[in-house]
Design a protein around this ligand. Structure first.
Ligand SMILES: [Zn+2]
Length: 437
């Protein structure tokens, strides 16, 4: 269900200015880890698509971050830690990934883009007084000399250190509302007397020096959590700059978080904080999130900031199919299918100079048309970040139907990356699919 015209109009009239920091490369180039820990690999994409298509954030307020320079990371992190991130085994341990499947440069690019986004969002918030939402970041487990828990470096601490070096000396509040304790933040920021770190967690990892930490009971639910949040805000100093880690792992059903909030409870959390921080330069970050719903928490944080609303994102809204339908509508028949024109290969086949091949999939799609479609959908771009090149679509008859294969090369070897068996069906009624795979 796409946001309607009335919704977009109301959004335009009521919204507050929020800057969104986002890059499609925020999707981690890790194929194996996503499924194991329940991460939604496209969390940032989904939140960006929803927030811009619903009118909560106009496309003109979406900013592309730059990779943070290494010298900014070096203000917080030791040479030993930074050097370890250049090795596949170093990064693999942080993400629980197989070093063999890791594309180190691409993964580091993602992390450095996110850190760049957090720092640029903070600078812009200080300049304009308006909030920023960076769709990747809140790497709160990274300490100066130790990384872990999906956090290679600590973007918030790096941003604070950079701002301090640029002369910003006023009070900073870090509200860590991820479901896990901010051990890395505590280690990075304990030297700075003008930083207050307040945290609500669902796991007890022992005392954290310099952190106002409340550990809540497992499965505590919305009301207990929100009561503790109100109490934390009563203790917190009013800051000149705030970072909010609006963790998506507070939801019930999260694979790693134990708190048990509802989606509505997470939105109420964000509304309370957004109202409390009204007028304060602030940067919001997603932190963790290990369920398919975590993108709704992130998009919800944007709605709380921009619209101050409890309105839920419709249950039936499927960001991927909405996005792909839009791209599909822009692909013409001539681009995808057989135009009836003879190619040199057709003539060679007709003359028996080359073996006959299946020319069309489902009687319509050409291989080059399918390659173009996969490029437009962003499939090739993502596979390239996973280390594959030279993509090729081919098809043949495959038992139950027609078989489509997408192959690519990696380290000089060819791999089948996608294989789908499809058949064309004529359906009656509204729910009609033309193919199965
Ligand atoms: Zn967490």
């Amino acid at each position: 269900m796409a946001p309607g015209l009335l919704g977009r109009l109301a959004g335009a009239l009521l919204r507050r200015p929020v800057t969104l920091w986002y890059d499609p490369r925020y999707r981690l180039p890790l194929s194996g880890v996503e499924g194991q820990v329940g991460m939604e690999p496209r969390r940032a994409d989904f939140a960006a698509w929803w927030l811009t298509s619903s009118g909560a954030v106009p496309p003109g307020r979406v900013r592309a971050p730059s990779r943070i320079p290494l010298e900014e990371l070096a203000r917080v992190h030791t040479p030993r830690l930074l050097e370890s991130l250049g090795r596949p085994e170093g990064l693999a341990g942080i993400f629980g990934a197989d070093p063999g499947e890791l594309s180190t440069d691409d993964l580091l690019d993602t992390i450095r883009l996110a850190c760049g986004g957090t720092l640029e969002a903070a600078r812009e918030a200080l300049r304009t007084g308006q909030p920023g939402l960076n769709l990747l970041g809140g790497f709160h487990h990274a300490a100066p000399d130790a990384a872990g828990g999906f956090c290679p470096v600590n973007d918030v601490a790096v941003a604070v250190a950079a701002l301090r070096a640029e002369g910003f000396g006023r009070r900073v509040l870090v509200l860590d509302l991820d479901a896990h304790p901010p051990d890395g933040l505590a280690a990075c920021l304990r030297q700075d007397p003008k930083v207050f770190v307040g945290s609500l967690s669902g796991s007890d990892w022992g005392p954290l020096e310099g952190v106002d930490e409340t550990v809540l009971p497992e499965g505590c639910g919305d009301d207990t959590y929100l009561g503790a949040l109100e109490a934390l805000l009563r203790r917190a100093p009013y800051p000149a700059l705030a970072f909010v880690i609006a963790g998506g792992d507070v939801l019930a059903g999260d694979k790693l978080g134990k708190l048990g909030l509802s989606l509505r409870g997470a939105r109420r959390r964000d509304l309370i904080v957004a109202r409390w921080l009204d007028g304060v330069p602030q940067v919001w970050l997603p932190g963790g999130g290990y369920s398919r719903e975590s993108w709704r928490v992130l998009a919800g944080a944007g709605m709380a900031l921009a619209l101050r609303t409890l309105r839920a994102i419709p249950r039936g809204y499927d960001p991927l199919s909405t996005r792909f339908s839009g791209i599909s509508a822009q692909l013409s028949h001539a681009e995808l299918g057989d135009t009836g024109e003879l190619t040199g290969e057709d003539i060679e086949e007709a003359l028996g100079l080359r073996p006959a091949r299946q020319r069309l999939l489902l009687g319509f799609y050409t291989a080059s048309g399918l390659e173009l479609a996969m490029h437009r959908y962003g499939v090739f771009q993502h596979l390239a970040r996973l280390g594959y090149r030279d993509f090729r679509v081919s098809f043949d008859m495959g038992g139950a139907g027609e078989r489509l294969r997408l192959s690519g090369t990696s380290d000089g070897q060819q791999h089948v990356l996608v294989e789908a068996v499809l058949e064309k069906r004529r359906c009656l009624g509204r729910r009609c699919s033309t193919s199965t795979g």
